[in-house]
Write a protein that binds this ligand. Structure first.
Ligand code: UDP
Ligand code: MG
Length: 312
């Protein structure tokens, strides 16, 4: 069984050598124990780094063919770097595990994942059992995000990032998802197949800094939501209906106040108009939203089904 580790790296010169050393130990060990084939590799994907990342990768590859590299022409972002690596790796690999270059995800998770794979799982999700070592801010924002996604009806795995094992079969299916707003965490569960979860402790970043500043985190979260859920559009319709109901109450109130004679001229008409028109407009936008939602889903042209097995 050929295993490829796919590691996206963006400006990771501070930590890459350390990462390579750790991963080499792990891989050598696994090869020795005959868990994986000697043709297995660690594949770094340089996501258009501006520092010495690519030079380090080339040197590693010269020293040892365990290391291979893919260089993107410019910075495309984590998700695309990862996808590029996965698609490249599946040409030779039977199984691929993806991880971050900073090894915040405990590498012993690799053994656990391989065990699950041997038990017949095609996808194994790495889940952070605790995030004690993340900053308070990162932890709370991340957890809010997972909860919001759940609320919006997106099937994502709580506290699972991009540390996962996928078999070649799964990667072949992933290739059929043609969307350009890439949010792998949302897509992989859609692929299906037998899968399981393994837990690990998330560590701290020992060198270099996070490549996800607040701005990127926010845009990543927005992408995740808007690429997977049309619920926000439907909420407009719900709000419109709600406002229209309120407008009826306001109508009654305004008429009663008028009958009792406590109003200035024109007040009743204006009040009723504002609420009623508001409700009607919101509902109209919501209905248009429903159609846009349909167009949105059609343009994604995701595969409508995936066959796991055929027996004849
Ligand atoms: N990364 C990337 N391209 C980017 C930003 C990040 O390939 O534009 C990689 C980065 O090198 C790392 C992984 O994505 O391997 C996760 O980034 P980071 O550890 O900075 O994120 P955090 O752990 O802080 O969420
Ligand atoms: Mg990290």
């Amino acid at each position: 069984m050929i295993l490829y580790l796919v590691i996206p790296a963006y400006n990771e010169e501070a930590i890459l050598e350390h990462t390579a050393k750790k991963l080499k130990e792990k891989m050598d060990n696994l090869i020795e124990q005959k868990e994986i084939s000697p043709k297995s590799k660690v594949m770094f994907v340089d996501d258009g780094s501006k520092d010495l990342t690519w030079e380090i990768i080339t040197n590693l590859n010269k020293e040892n063919t365990l290391f291979s590299g893919v260089k993107l022409s410019c910075n495309k972002g984590h998700q695309f770097a990862l996808l590029a690596g996965l698609m490249e790796a599946k040409k030779d690999a039977d199984v691929v595990i993806s991880m971050d270059a900073d090894l915040q995800d405990d590498i012993n998770v690799i053994d656990k994942m391989l065990k699950e794979y041997k038990d017949g799982n095609e996808i194994v999700y790495g889940v952070r059992s605790s995030r004690k070592k993340d900053t308070f801010f990162k932890r709370t924002t991340a957890q809010m995000f997972y909860k919001l996604m759940r609320f919006l009806g997106v099937n994502i795995i709580y506290n699972h990032a991009d540390c996962r094992l996928m078999s070649k079969k799964v990667l072949d299916e992933l290739e059929n998802f043609k969307e350009v707003n890439l949010f792998l965490r949302g897509i992989i569960p859609l692929i299906g197949f037998k899968s399981n979860i393994v837990y690990y402790e998330r560590g701290i970043r020992i060198a270099g800094e996070s490549k996800y500043p607040l701005k990127k985190m926010f845009s990543f979260a927005m992408d995740g939501i808007t690429s997977f859920s049309i619920k926000p559009l439907r909420l407009i319709l719900v709000m419109g209906t709600f406002i229209l109901i309120i407008s009826i109450a306001i109508m009654l109130y305004a008429l009663i106040v008028k009958i009792l004679g406590h109003t200035v001229a024109g007040w009743t008409f204006l009040t009723i108009s504002v609420w009623f028109i508001g409700g009607v407009q919101m509902i109209s936008i919501g209905i248009i939203g429903e159609y846009i939602g349909k167009i949105y889903n059609e343009t994604k042209s995701r595969p409508r089904y995936i066959i796991e097995k055929v027996i004849k």
